[in-house]
Design a protein around this ligand. Structure first.
Ligand SMILES: Cc1cc2nc3c(=O)[nH]c(=O)nc-3n(C[C@H](O)[C@H](O)[C@H](O)COP(=O)(O)O)c2cc1C
Length: 225
């Protein structure tokens, strides 16, 4: 096997290894170093127009986890047993609209754009958001657009974890409004600038999953020539 073949085999092994883990071994903790590595893959993830419209809430508080359990039917096994439990928050219209303070600050201080180009950049993104993407249709459209970016980070974190032999489970099975109200009450949503995109649990499996089932490549790929 040459190196490319080795790399491909080990990446595909990780994709086969990853499964939506329902129950983790609560006696096993991911090391701080490994969890930092998973978070770093989130940080380096791409996002549309580079806005990084996310925040990763690492829930390490049993009281908050107990409360979440009452509103997250899809996380019943994971909340108690995962080594680490993350809620991925997405920035809403207040931050991701082309003319927001967040966008201006992000482009100036994170992306180091020349100040004199900011106005021009905002006009370009106004057209992109309002005309091309039709986000002005509703606040929800802006928020969903941010959530899409969060799911890229979600996927990268889970794949990176799998490559390290760490299990995970993405979680959408929760009551959105109840979780939002809870986190808002706890002061975790930056005064209404953040909403809940998706959750993800990490840890180590207690049992092997059932064999993976997927459609065939022919069923999902259509080459247009
Ligand atoms: C966005 C998203 C949300 C999901 N939400 C839940 C959930 O709330 N609870 C759960 O146990 N599994 C959840 N899953 C896991 C899926 O059911 C699972 O990925 C799918 O059945 C394929 O199985 P596999 O991941 O084990 O290959 C979710 C998956 C995704 C991608």
């Amino acid at each position: 096997m040459n190196n490319d073949t080795n790399a491909k085999a080990s990446i595909l092994d990780a994709f086969q290894f990853r499964h939506a883990t329902k129950q983790f071994d609560s006696s096993k903790k991911i090391s701080a170093d490994d969890f930092d590595f998973i978070l770093e893959t989130a940080r380096l993830s791409p996002s549309s127009i580079g806005l990084e419209p996310w925040k990763f809430l690492v829930v390490d508080n049993s009281d908050l986890k107990d409360k979440l359990k009452q509103m997250a039917p899809g996380a019943q096994g994971q909340l108690d047993s995962a080594s680490h439990f993350v809620i991925i928050l997405a920035r809403n219209i207040k931050d991701v609209k082309y003319d927001s303070d967040y966008v201006k600050n992000h482009y100036t201080n994170v992306k180091n754009f020349p100040v004199e180009l900011i106005d021009q950049m905002q006009q370009k993104y106004k057209a992109f958001q309002e005309v091309d993407m039709n986000l002005a249709e509703s606040d929800r459209a802006f928020f969903d657009w941010s959530c899409k970016q969060c799911y890229i980070a979600l996927a990268n974190m889970m794949t990176a974890a799998a490559q390290m032999g760490i299990d995970s489970c993405p979680i959408e099975g929760f009551h959105y409004q109840k979780v939002t109200d809870l986190l808002d009450k706890e002061g975790l949503l930056e005064d209404g600038h953040l909403g809940v995109a998706v959750m993800v649990a990490f840890g180590y499996r207690v049992q092997d999953p059932l064999p993976k089932t997927r459609k065939s490549i022919e069923d999902i790929v259509h080459w247009v020539k």
